[in-house]
Ligand binder design. Structure first.
Ligand code: AMP
Length: 596
C-alpha cells in the first residue's frame, strides 16, 4: 500500500492524511495501476483486459457490476478453486457483509494486507480526535466491541464479519500499548463468542473503571443502546459482584473469568453503593454522565440508518455528550474518516482516503431525484463513471470500488453527496444505502427480500379465504430492542365489507414467524443470536386504510398516476394514520431459525 507503515501515530498520522489528500488524484492512479499490474493474470481481468494493464483499457472494457456478477467467481473460490480467479494474492478469508444476493449473505474476498489497510485507517482516528478533545491519553475508553459467530467455506476459509476478522487478527490482539486506546474491556471479553457474557463483562469492567473513563461507545449506535438496556436489566448483579468481589457464576467462560478476576477480586462496597444510588434514580435521563462523570463524548456510527438512535443517545446523555462518528467503512473496503469529529451528526462528512482502494462514482445528479429510481440491476455504462478528482460539490453519487482483493468496478450500493474537499480529496455525507427499507441493527432489509417474505407468509391466509391486499412496514425503535412492524390489510375473498371477523391469533402469529423465517441471514442472526432485534409484529388494519394512506400521500403532493404503496413508512403522520386504523396486533411467537 501507499506508505507501507501501519503505525502512523500523532502528528505523523495527520501529516500522512495531508500528504495523501494533497495528491489524491495521483495516489488513486497509482493504486489502480498497481491493482492492474498485480492482478493482470487473474481469470476475471484477463477476460476483459486481454493481458493489458492499461488504465484506459480498464475504463473502457471492465464492466460496472453489482455483487451478482462476481458471486460465481467467489463461489468457485470458496469451493476450493484458486484465488487467481480474481486476485494475484491468496484470499485469506471471506467477509460476510450485511447485504444479500439471492437470499445468501454477500461474501467479499479479503487478502492478508487488507488487515494492514484497515489498521492504517483505525490508527488515524485518535490523532484526529486529539486535535479537538485534549487529554484522551489520560484515562480509559469504554468501547463495547463484539465478535460474531464465524463459519468456514467448503474449502476451509474463515467466513466472518469484517469486525470479527479484525478483533481476531494479530493486528488487534498484538497491538502495542497506546495511552490513547487504553480500553476498559479486556481483549478476552471482546473475543468471547457468547454475546451475553461478553456484554456482561465489558459493561462491568466499564463500571469498575467509571472514574477513569473518558469516552464511551460501540461501533454502531444500536449496539451501544443495547448495552444500556442490558445495564438496566443487570445493574443489580453488577452491584452484587462489586460488593462481594466475586464475578456472577453465570459467567462461565474461563477466559472471561480469568481476565475479569483482577478487576473485581477485592470487594468494593462503596463503589457498589455509588452504582446502586445512580441506577436506582427514577429516571435514566442523563445516566451516562452520572455513571461516567469524566466522559467527554460517545463514539458510534450515528449516520445513515443509525440516525434513528440519536434521540435515545441524547436522552441517556441529557444532550451533554457530543456524538462522534469517526469513520465510514464496509466489508469490501474501508473508505474514509471524519476530520471534524465534533460536528453535529446531521452534518457529518467523511473524507475519502485515496490509498484504500480505487474509487469511481456513478453521478446521480444535483438534487438526488434519481435516487429513488435507481435499480440494483440497472446497467451502468462504463463511460458514465467519474473519478475522484472530477466530483462536483453538492452532487450525489453512488460509490464504485476496485480492490486488490479482486473486486473490479463493484457498486457498493451507497449513495453519497459531496460536501466539500480536503485538499484534493472529496468529502461526503452518507445519504443512504440503495434499496434498504428496514434496518434496526446491522440488518439491512431491501424491498425485494421484504416482498418475497411477505409473499410466502401471506399464503398462510389462503386456507381461511383471507387475502392480503396491501402491506407496508416500519422499523419501530421507540422501545429496545427495536423491531419490524408490518401493517397488513386483509380482506375475505369476495367480500370487502364483511371483513370484520378476526383471523385466529395463531394464524397471524404464524404469518409473523413466516415473514421472519424468510428474511435474510443477518436479520435472523440479529433476532436469534444477537437479540438486537425484537419479534416482528403484524398490525392488521381496517379495510380501506391503504386507500386513506394513498389519499394522504396525494394530499402531500404525490402524483395519483404514479402512486405506489410505499413498502416502508417513516413519516409520523402516515404512521399515525395507519395506527389509528389498527384492529389487532400480533407478534412472532418464537425466534426464527438461524444456523451460523
Ligand atoms: P457491510 O457491507 O455489512 O460491511 O456494511 C457496510 C455498509 O454499512 C456500508 O456500505 C454503509 O452502507 C454502512 N455504513 C458503514 N459505515 C457507515 C457510516 N459511518 N455511516 C452510515 N453508514 C455506514
Amino acid at each position: 500500500m501507499d506508505g507501507k507503515k501501519l503505525e502512523y501515530k500523532g502528528e505523523e498520522a495527520l501529516k500522512e492524511i495531508e500528504r495523501l489528500t494533497a495528491k489524491a488524484g495521483r495516489v488513486q492512479l497509482d493504486i489502480l495501476k498497481e491493482i492492474l499490474t498485480r492482478n493482470s493474470k487473474t481469470e476475471y481481468l484477463s477476460k476483459y483486459m486481454k493481458g493489458s494493464k492499461d488504465v484506459s483499457d480498464f475504463k473502457q472494457r471492465v464492466p460496472v457490476i453489482t455483487y451478482k456478477a462476481i458471486q460465481p467467481y467467489i463461489k468457485r473460490i470458496t469451493n476450493g478453486e484458486d484465488s487467481s480467479l480474481i486476485t494475484g494474492h491468496p484470499i485469506t478469508e471471506i467477509l460476510c457483509s450485511s447485504g444479500t444476493s439471492g437470499r445468501e449473505p454477500k461474501m467479499m474476498p479479503s487478502i492478508a494486507e487488507d488487515l494492514d489497510r484497515r489498521t492504517f485507517l483505525y490508527n488515524l482516528i485518535m490523532p484526529i480526535m486529539n486535535q479537538y478533545v485534549p487529554g484522551l491519553d489520560e484515562g480509559k475508553a469504554m468501547l463495547l466491541y463484539f465478535v460474531k459467530a464465524e463459519t468456514s467455506t467448503p474449502c476451509g476459509l474463515p467466513a466472518r464479519t469484517v469486525l470479527t476478522s479484525y478483533y481476531k487478527s494479530r493486528h488487534f490482539k498484538c497491538r502495542s500499548p497506546d495511552p490513547f486506546n487504553n480500553c476498559t474491556s479486556p481483549d478476552q471479553t471482546i473475543l468471547c463468542n457468547d454475546s451475553n457474557q461478553s456484554m456482561y463483562c465489558q459493561l462491568l469492567s466499564g463500571i469498575v473503571h467509571r472514574h477513569q473513563v473518558l469516552r464511551l461507545g460501540a461501533v454502531f449506535a444500536s449496539a451501544f443502546l443495547r448495552a444500556l438496556s442490558f445495564l438496566e436489566r443487570n445493574w443489580i448483579n453488577f452491584c452484587n459482584d462489586i460488593r462481594s468481589g466475586q464475578l456472577d457464576p453465570l459467567i462461565t467462560d474461563p477466559e472471561c473469568r480469568s481476565s475479569m478476576a483482577p478487576l473485581i477480586s477485592v470487594p468494593n462496597p462503596s463503589l457498589a453503593d455509588e452504582i446502586n444510588e445512580i441506577c436506582s434514580l427514577p429516571s435514566w435521563k442523563g445516566i451516562l454522565c452520572q455513571l461516567w462523570p469524566k466522559a467527554k463524548y460517545i463514539e458510534a456510527v450515528v449516520t445513515g440508518s443509525m440516525a434513528q438512535y440519536i434521540p435515545a443517545l441524547e436522552y441517556y446523555s441529557d444532550g451533554k455528550l457530543p456524538l462522534v462518528c469517526t469513520m465510514y467503512a464496509s466489508s469490501e473496503c474501508y473508505f474514509g474518516v471524519n476530520l471534524k469529529p465534533l460536528s453535529d451528526p446531521a452534518d457529518v462528512s467523511f473524507t475519502l482516503l485515496p490509498n484504500m482502494g480505487y474509487f469511481e462514482f456513478i453521478p446521480l445528479g444535483e438534487n438526488g431525484t434519481r435516487l429513488m429510481n435507481i435499480d440494483d440491476d440497472e446497467e451502468v455504462r462504463n463511460d458514465k463513471l467519474v473519478d475522484l478528482v472530477q466530483l462536483s460539490l453538492g452532487c450525489y453519487y453512488e460509490l464504485v470500488v476496485t480492490t486488490f482483493a479482486g473486486l473490479y468496478r463493484h457498486r457498493v450500493g451507497d449513495v453519497l453527496q459531496v460536501t466539500g474537499f480536503h485538499n484534493k480529496a472529496p468529502q461526503f455525507r452518507f445519504i443512504c444505502r440503495r434499496n434498504v427499507v428496514l434496518s434496526i441493527d446491522t440488518d439491512k432489509t431491501n424491498e425485494e427480500d421484504l416482498h418475497k417474505s411477505v409473499s410466502v407468509a401471506k399464503k398462510l391466509l389462503e386456507p381461511f379465504d383471507a387475502l392480503l391486499v396491501e402491506y407496508t412496514s416500519h422499523a419501530d425503535t421507540s422501545r429496545l430492542p427495536g423491531h419490524y412492524v408490518m401493517y397488513w390489510e386483509i380482506i375475505y375473498r369476495g367480500s370487502m365489507v364483511d371483513s370484520t371477523a378476526p383471523l385466529d391469533d395463531k394464524v397471524m402469529q404464524e404469518c409473523c414467524i413466516a415473514v421472519e423465517e424468510e428474511l435474510d441471514y443477518i436479520y435472523r442472526r440479529c433476532r436469534a443470536y444477537d437479540k438486537s432485534v425484537g419479534p416482528l409484529e403484524i398490525r392488521v388494519v381496517e379495510p380501506g386504510s391503504f386507500d386513506a394512506l394513498m389519499d394522504y400521500f396525494i394530499s402531500q403532493g404525490g402524483s395519483i398516476n404514479q402512486y405506489k404503496t410505499p413498502r416502508c413508512i417513516k413519516s409520523n403522520k402516515a404512521l399515525k394514520l395507519l395506527d389509528s386504523n389498527v384492529k389487532a396486533c400480533f407478534f412472532s411467537p418464537r425466534d426464527p431459525k438461524w444456523i451460523p
